[in-house]
Design a protein around this ligand. Structure first.
Ligand code: SDX
Length: 440
């Protein structure tokens, strides 16, 4: 299937009739390569005097993109046309990063050059070291990520001009390369161990695990099975269309903010438990449930509108079928636990029983609530010795390349303009000011 730019099919329009005035409006329908057509409402306010209204953007396309396509009903996820299952099975994270950024899978030559470029940006300015000491040791590592990534713009002045394609590329490579170093150091800082520097002979995933778990006093050998599992998990989290954090990055970038600030904004948005923070919330939930006998009690709570409890790791704005990433994640979970010789991990047993019960429950079936990417990832991370507070950090490490690819696409889009939504105002109309002495 080839890709093309949006086809404004002049013949196809939607006619709207304003029954209060009898006016009719023709809205052009734009077709993409695949997926729902869009009604072009860019001139809607000018033509009608009305705003469209879509809090949460459940029916709104915010941009044109060629990077990722999701068919939520079929449970399909494509990156530049390649299925996530194929990429997770046959490619590695560097290949997928190249694909997301440049639109094609790399040749061996291109991959070698890309890996070498990324590897040579994995160190951070030595003064960045000092930022960590400003945090309490028990600071949530996502707080450190927001702070340190945002501060990168204070160090890399030669890659801040977003109008210069070369500077955009350098900033992109720096962010992809340095995010694992910054993340691993957030973990080391929290446990009072010295920072471990990247090693150029290691792969991206190996380097991350090495910086997380090596100590200066002895040689640390990265387990190849765990490195391969980590690489696969990075692929599964790399990009996902216009999710909340990607939309945050695009909106921040639309004002011309520098890429480091935009990625820091994406990290902040990802932190929420409804989004990337769900993997941490799943583990906390499983530990709260504690035993299979208590599952019905929590299923009941998840269905109770008066109870804020939600089944974390379940449901998705787009997927109304099984999240294809969750399937790969479940398989990887078994591989990692087998490799580590972890037999009947109670949390995995509990998660699988919870999934079985939920998928048979009419409430979840009717609302099409399935496990999403966050449901199993935490169990793998925990088995790898990664603390719960670092789970969303790992999500941010992987998603940085997706955020950067989407940010670059937006900057290069000639139709791009600053994002500035309007509103439905229901507050006071103008009223006379009452001076303090007259307010009783
Ligand atoms: C990620 O957007 C992305 O692509 C995100 C992501 C990515 O890669 O970037 O895929 C990563 O964020 C995955 C999602 C992780 N979040 C969670 O697992 C948290 C638990 N899930 C829910 O909070 C919820 O499902 C959302 C936030 C994921 C989606 O919420 P929506 O689309 O706004 O749906 P909704 O809240 O309107 O729910 C629809 C109905 C509601 O019931 P009604 O009001 O219609 O009666 O389903 C119910 C909800 O109450 N529902 C749940 C539920 N999720 C939705 N009920 C119980 N448990 C849940 N988990």
């Amino acid at each position: 299937m080839t890709q093309n730019s949006a086809a404004v099919d002049k013949k196809e329009t939607v006619t709207l009739t304003d029954n209060s005035t009898g006016r009719t409006f023709e809205l052009p329908l734009i077709s993409g390569t695949v997926g729902p057509k869009v009604m072009d409402v860019r001139s809607f306010y000018g033509d009608t005097g009305y705003f469209t209204y879509d809090p949460g953007f459940t029916s709104t396309g915010s941009c044109e993109s060629k990077i990722t396509y999701i068919d939520g009903d079929e449970g399909v996820l494509l990156h530049r046309g390649y299925a996530i299952d194929d990429l997770a099975e046959h490619a590695d994270f560097m290949e997928v990063s190249y694909l997301l950024l440049k639109g094609e899978l790399p040749t061996s030559e291109q991959k070698k050059k890309f890996e070498s470029d990324i590897t040579r940006h994995t160190m951070v300015h030595e003064q960045i070291n000092n930022f960590y000491r400003g945090f309490r040791r028990d600071a949530h590592p996502m707080a450190i990520m927001c702070g340190v990534v945002g501060a990168l713009s204070a160090f890399y002045h030669d890659s801040l001009d977003i109008r210069d394609p070369h500077q955009r590329m350098i900033a992109s490579y720096r962010l992809i390369a340095k995010i694992p170093t910054i993340a691993a150091w957030a973990y080391k800082y929290s446990i009072g161990q010295p920072f471990v520097y990247p090693k150029n002979e290691l792969s991206y995933a190996e380097n991350f695990l090495h910086m997380m778990f090596a100590v200066p006093c002895e040689e640390y050998k990265v387990n190849p099975v765990l490195a391969s599992a980590m690489d696969k998990i990075l692929i599964l989290h790399a990009d996902h269309e216009q999710n909340a954090s990607t939309s945050t990055v695009r909106l921040a970038g639309s004002s011309g903010a520098n890429p480091f600030a935009c990625i820091a904004a994406g990290i902040a948005s990802l932190w929420g438990p409804a989004h990337g923070g769900a993997n941490e919330a799943v583990l906390n939930m499983l530990e709260q449930i504690g035993s299979k006998e208590r599952i019905p009690e929590f299923i009941k709570r998840a269905k109770d509108k008066s109870d804020p409890f939600r089944l974390m790791g379940f449901g998705h704005r787009v997927y109304k079928n099984y999240d294809p990433r969750a399937k790969v994640m479940q398989r990887t979970c078994h591989e990692v636990l087998d490799e580590l010789g972890v037999r009947d991990e109670p949390l995995l047993e509990l998660a699988m029983e919870l999934e079985r019960i939920a998928l048979e429950d009419p409430y979840f079936v009717e609302k099409k609530l399935y496990p999403n990417v966050d449901f199993y990832s935490g169990i793998i991370f925990r088995a790898m010795g990664i603390p719960t507070s670092m789970f969303t950090v790992l999500f941010a490490v992987a998603r940085t390349v997706g955020w950067i690819a989407q940010w670059s696409e937006m900057i290069e889009d000639p139709a791009q303009k600053i994002g500035r939504p309007r509103q439905l105002y229901t507050g006071y109309t103008h009223r006379k000011f009452v001076p303090l002495h007259a307010r009783g």
